[in-house]
Design a protein around this ligand. Structure first.
Ligand SMILES: *Cc1c(COP(=O)(O)O)cnc(C)c1O
Length: 450
């Protein structure tokens, strides 16, 4: 018989914790391995903390989105949202699966080209495109998703000296019943801006080639019906373009914004119970487009720019407990070796966090802190966990979206990122940062040297 690890007994005040209709919160179940690879082995080999991505799950999520939409609508194309996670290995998995690239800056455009994506399969969004960005996009034949009238005028100047017409789509924002409405990106539909811009594009068909209409409602949208409204409005605009301006629109891009199964802070139900099925989104969009009045054989291509729905589930952050303590009010506190510098999404989500080894049934609510000397460094305000001790390891789930692009080099360096391939072999896809890397662009003036 193996000896059970000793756990210090504690006396604690009983507080009536939130009781949901599923009963009292169950203690977190341990997660000892990822894709068959023991977590302690990964941490021993690559250090703690450590980001891990599952190639299997990346592909599974991609195929799930394609299946949901592709079984309901004849022509579907995904464009991978680069800013959600632009590590090249991740992008290349999606490109291998068939994804185009959706980029929002000159930097991301170059990354997509570097990953071998043909210019014609790059959709360039964003409100901040410079003249140089527009010229580069035109040069490689990327589709420029126009955001505002100033950009349209800038592009007309850029286009004047070019042998080929740059391809453009119009970004439209509209009222789909979502609050707050994202009306800062693109041209508004209801106030006539979008139509006015389309008339300008129609007047410049010698210089510009209109290929699509685009609408990205927001992010983590929990109402599938909103996509139905957006698709209906966008389709009507496309038909009007064709009829009144003789501008046929080849694709309708409904953007991203589909939620992952993370739990939003303040949500009563956990993410997996609160988030609608992808099928509901696909049904709403497909129904709207199929019923919009396009002639048979003239249905536009449906483009989707999914970000978090493709990558969140595949990402894990592994870490180690540095210390535990009691706060002044008696609450248990646990200090981890990663904080909001690496887990940016801790500001929005109550991330699911599992212990790695097996514990007794005893649990206690604890606040999880990161290692930063900053009051804002809170990973979870309150989570029911077994009595973790210094040296214990934890797994944070669903961290693939935005953390590996919005992370900050602040106080500590960023750790290794490892991809587990389909056989479970780990590959470093981003090296841990070093002091040398961090200081490489720094310069010390002569009078401060020596
Ligand atoms: C960020 C972004 C996306 C991806 O959004 P998700 O909510 O992660 O799906 C798609 N399109 C545009 C234009 C974006 O800015």
């Amino acid at each position: 018989m193996t000896k059970l690890p000793y756990e210090r007994p504690t006396i604690r005040k009983l507080t009536a914790g939130p009781l949901s209709k599923f009963g009292p919160r169950a203690g977190a179940r341990p997660v000892a391995e990822l894709e068959g690879v023991p977590v302690p082995e990964l941490l021993a080999r690559f250090g703690s903390p450590l980001f891990v991505l599952s190639e299997r799950q990346l592909r599974r999520s991609y195929q799930a989105v394609m299946r949901a939409f592709g079984t309901r609508y004849p022509q579907v194309q995904l464009a991978w949202s680069y800013k959600t996670n632009y590590l090249n290995a991740v992008c290349r998995v999606f490109h291998q699966e068939g994804a185009w690239a959706e980029v929002v800056s000159g930097l991301e455009l170059e990354k997509a080209l570097g990953n071998g994506v043909p210019g014609a399969q790059i959709l360039f969004n964003g409100p901040g495109k410079t003249r140089a960005d527009l010229a580069r996009a035109a040069e490689v034949d990327a589709v420029i998703h126009l955001d505002n009238a100033d950009e349209l005028h800038r592009l007309l100047e850029v286009a004047a000296g070019r042998p080929h017409r740059p391809r453009v789509a119009l970004r439209v924002n509209l009222d789909a019943g979502i609050f707050p409405q994202w009306d800062r990106f693109g041209f508004n539909l209801e106030n006539g801006q979008a139509w006015q811009a389309l008339q300008q594009v129609a007047a410049a068909t010698e210089q510009l080639d209109l290929v699509g209409l685009h609408c990205h409602l927001g992010t983590y949208i929990l109402q599938p019906a909103a996509y139905g409204v957006a698709a209906t409005k966008l389709a009507a605009l496309a038909l009007r373009c064709q009829q009144e301006l003789s501008l046929p629109v080849r694709y309708l891009d409904l953007g991203g914004g589909f939620p992952s199964q993370n739990t939003l802070k303040g949500s009563y139900l956990p993410g997996p119970d609160a988030v609608p099925d992808l099928d509901d989104y696909a049904a709403a969009i497909a129904e709207a487009l199929l019923g919009a009045g396009f002639r048979v054989g003239e249905l536009p291509l449906l483009v989707l720019e999914a970000g978090r729905a493709l990558v969140d589930e595949a990402g894990y952050l592994l870490g180690t407990v540095l210390a535990t303590k009691r706060l002044a009010d008696g609450r248990r506190a646990t200090v981890l070796d990663f904080g909001v510098n690496l887990l940016f999404t801790a500001y929005w989500y109550d991330h699911h966090i599992s212990p790695v080894r097996t514990f007794s049934e005893q649990t206690e609510p604890t606040v999880l802190y990161g290692p930063l000397c900053m009051n804002i460094d809170v990973v979870r305000e309150s989570i029911v966990l077994p009595l973790l001790a210094a040296g214990d390891q934890v797994v944070v789930h669903r961290v693939g979206a935005y953390n590996m692009s919005q992370w900050q080099q602040f106080i500590t360096l960023r750790p290794h990122v490892v991809l587990l391939d389909l056989q479970g072999n780990p590959h470093i896809i981003r090296e841990a940062e070093t002091l040398e890397y961090l200081q490489q662009p720094e310069r010390v003036p002569a009078h401060l040297q020596g």
